[in-house]
Design a protein around this ligand. Structure first.
Ligand code: OMP
Length: 232
């Protein structure tokens, strides 16, 4: 069976736990995501540990955000790890995004994070982005694609508008995914996995609803099966 288009966020405090989660979920999902907690604790070695023997795609979520020269150096530094996806913040601007794209390995997609799924419209207004989240997401998406990003991160609430804006060739990645009845935790702009996929997402980022389950492998398999049932 083809693995579901899910990136499991391995936000674990230690490498053993992350590698165990990765091994449990990889039969069911296409991708595992390494974020700041693991990367800052263990460095590049963490990538090989979670990739394991399965050869699952690794999404390196470092959310780079700095001047273009610094981001180019960081993107070059991780290119030998061959992540399938590397994140940068779209708010770093077009020159920074272009620098990340030009310095990345040829088979690494640069994904520009538009507006974090943990932010409300009141938060956006306080940081100077007044108006609906959709507007800011669309503006950031347009400049990111123009700068060469081939993937965008947005909430499931914005994915259909963004798909209409950027067309089929751009990979749309949505965190902020919660199965019906799951706790929102620190996520704000959320939808169910089935809704996110039906609205046009290419890859769903799901962490705690899977990794917090008693059996992460079974939780991943259940979401994958539900996606196959509801969004053929
Ligand atoms: O870039 C991301 O992956 C990301 C962007 C965003 O806007 N919101 C967001 O939650 N994420 C990441 O997606 C994952 C979501 O995890 P859960 O909330 O546990 O499902 C975390 O690893 C976040 O770092």
């Amino acid at each position: 069976m083809t693995p579901a288009p899910i990136a499991v966020a391995l936000d674990a405090p230690d490498l053993e736990t992350a590698a165990r989660w990765a091994a449990l979920v990889t039969p069911h999902v296409s991708t595992v995501k390494v974020g700041l907690e693991l990367y800052l604790r263990y460095g590049p070695d963490v990538i090989a540990s979670v990739r394991g023997a399965s050869g699952v795609q690794v999404f390196l979520d470092l959310k780079l955000h700095d001047i273009p020269n610094t981001v180019a150096g960081a993107s070059r530094a991780v290119s030998r790890l061959r992540p399938a996806i590397l994140t940068v913040h779209a708010a770093g601007g077009p020159a920074m995004i272009r620098a990340a794209v030009e310095s990345a390995a040829s088979n690494t997609q640069i994904a520009a994070v538009t507006i974090l799924t943990s932010l409300t419209e009141a938060d956006l207004s306080r940081i100077g982005l007044a108006g609906p989240a959709d507007d800011a997401v669309r503006r950031l998406a347009a400049l990111s694609v123009e700068a060469g990003a081939t993937a965008l991160v947005c909430s499931p609430n914005e994915v259909s508008a963004l798909r209409a804006e950027v067309g089929a060739g751009i990979t749309l990645i949505t965190p902020g995914v919660r199965p019906t009845g799951a706790a929102m935790q620190d996520q704000v702009r959320v939808a169910t996995p089935e809704q996110a996929l039906a609205d046009g997402a290419d890859l769903l980022v799901i962490g705690r609803p899977i990794t917090g389950a008693a059996d992460p492998g079974a939780a991943a398999a259940a979401i994958a099966a539900s996606l196959r049932r509801h969004v053929p």
